[in-house]
Design a protein around this ligand. Structure first.
Ligand code: BG6
Length: 495
């Protein structure tokens, strides 16, 4: 059983980029699921905004086909949901259409208003200025900014300043969908709802932490964006640093938004710099070449880029894989490496956090008992969300005392008998509720860029191309060497 869902206040949720991939694949299905669960009251409206000249029926049909897989068993619910969906054709850079859009919103002045900017960041400022000029920012308005916020500290500052001229920080929700994942929130419960872990959660007892976000997909149809970003900007500066913060932060005084975010910020500030002096030692970048994924041959990164673009390229210096060793310079974590690894077209789709504890200080067992493995706490974000605690026990039965390493294994799906909600379901309704705990504050985004910028600069200055790796593998061999140099290995096989 899941916790019962509480309905939220009536709202108008405007999705700029309403025909885009994120809106159709993630945001609208998330809203539909919350509607089916009774959290969205009739009267609330979802307004897709895009440049395409579509009428409302045309837009609803697009959404109907995007949702059809999920709703075969509930066609009546889908019809009712689609009645909540509206469409406005608007160009953020042109005057036409804004008056009609303002009149549509004016019909429900009491609703919470959410402006979700699911567009390229270059449009954030234009859209916010228009919203400001049209007087659409009222008391209960909020704006949601999709990542990436800029491509470095300077551009992030410009965006934040410009958006800040229209919306207060308290109205600005910078989304990082990893924070909405059930297992990530469960980290809070696990760390701070149990007396068991916190006394051990420090350099005295933890050997190292690994965070892996591995994807089997390539860049798909997002080549034009991805090639200007790369894995460090796309995944590490945001999702992976947020995961690192949730693992490493001090216990916040409460779950109030600023208590949690203040603690995360301290971690970001304590990250030791990686720059021209040590980037070659602490980071590895890679780029996939043709190979195989799930039994099919797949093209390399350059072919993927060229498949969708009119301008063909012969090479690119963009990384589709990063592995790095981060260190946190504070009392709790001194000397405990955090190994981070993410990439496209890797061997498996898996996101997990592994907390590896130090070995016991002295073994009382003979060599015949077998090796003593480290305790590990594995938080699996996807797929098969759950928690495993690896323990050493005696191999059952006669034959002497032989040791075995086995997991206390809790799969959330098995334990609770339900599919975990998508991260966007939780986060979208948190915006309506006005709860920013799971969103990034401006200073967090800036601190993350302040750490990431020197890495990007060091890579640029070195002029080295990313190391090639075959699609369907775990990335370049240098990523294995990065951790093996320290006498450790990536946690890949559950043993
Ligand atoms: C996005 C990145 O933020 O997260 C994508 O831009 C990536 O490149 C995606 O594929 C991964 O999200 P998830 O939830 O599928 O792990």
């Amino acid at each position: 059983m899941t916790a019962p869902a509480q309905p939220v206040d009536l709202f108008d949720l405007v999705i700029f980029g309403g025909t885009g991939d994120l809106a159709v694949r993630k945001l609208l299905p998330a809203l539909f699921h919350r509607y089916v669960d009774g959290q969205i009251q009739d009267g609330s409206r979802i307004i897709g905004v895009a440049r395409e000249a579509l009428d409302e029926d045309g837009y609803r049909n697009q959404i109907r086909s995007a949702l059809s897989g999920a709703v075969i068993s509930q066609p009546a619910k889908l019809d009712a949901f689609l009645k909540r969906v509206h469409y406005c054709s608007l160009d953020a850079r042109k005057d036409e259409g804004w008056d009609d859009f303002a009149s549509l919103l004016a019909k429900q002045p009491g609703h919470v208003r959410v402006f979700y900017l699911s567009t390229s960041p270059e449009l954030f400022v234009d859209i916010c200025q228009r919203l400001g000029h049209c007087g659409l920012n009222q008391d209960k308005s909020r704006v949601v900014l999709e990542k990436p916020i800029g491509k470095d500290l300077a551009s992030a500052n410009r965006i934040n300043d410009d958006v800040g001229r229209v919306f207060d920080e308290s109205q600005t929700f910078r989304i990082d969908h990893y924070l909405g994942k059930e297992t990530v929130q469960n980290l809070l419960a696990l760390r701070f709802g149990n007396a068991l872990f916190e006394p051990l959660w420090n350099a005295g007892h933890i050997d190292h932490v690994q965070i892996t976000v591995a994807e089997t997909l390539g860049v798909e149809r997002r080549g034009p964006y991805y090639d200007t970003a790369g894995a460090l900007r796309d995944m590490v500066q945001n999702h992976m640093l947020q995961l690192l913060c949730m693992v490493a932060m001090e216990p916040p005084a409460s779950l109030s938004p600023d208590s949690v975010r203040d603690e995360k910020l301290k971690v970001l500030h304590a990250l030791k710099p990686i720059d021209g002096g040590n980037a070659s030692q602490f980071t590895v970048r890679g780029q996939y070449r043709a190979g195989a994924a799930q039994g099919h041959s797949v093209p390399g990164y350059i072919e993927d880029l060229n498949a969708d673009s009119k301008v063909k390229v012969e090479k690119s210096n963009t990384e589709t894989f990063v592995a790095l060793k981060a260190e946190i310079g504070n009392w709790r974590w001194s000397g405990v490496p955090f190994y981070l690894r993410t990439g496209k077209r890797l061997a498996d789709r898996v996101s997990e956090i592994v907390v590896a504890f130090k070995p016991v200080p002295h073994s009382i067992f003979t060599a015949a008992a077998g090796p003593l493995a480290q305790n590990r706490l594995v938080l699996r974000l996807q797929p098969d969300e759950g928690v495993k605690l690896w323990l050493t026990i005696k191999h059952p039965g006669p034959g002497g005392l032989r040791l075995r390493h086995v997991p206390l294994d809790m799969s959330f799906a098995e334990a609770f008998g339900v599919q975990q909600p998508d991260a966007y379901e939780r986060l979208l309704l948190d915006v309506v509720r006005g709860n920013p705990t799971l969103f990034m504050r401006r200073d967090e985004v800036e601190a993350a860029w302040r750490w990431a910028d020197p890495i990007l600069a060091a890579w640029m200055a070195s002029g080295e191309a990313p190391r090639p790796y075959t699609a369907g593998t775990w990335g370049p061999s240098a990523a294995v060497a990065l951790i093996e140099r320290d006498g450790r290995t990536w946690d890949e096989d559950d043993e």
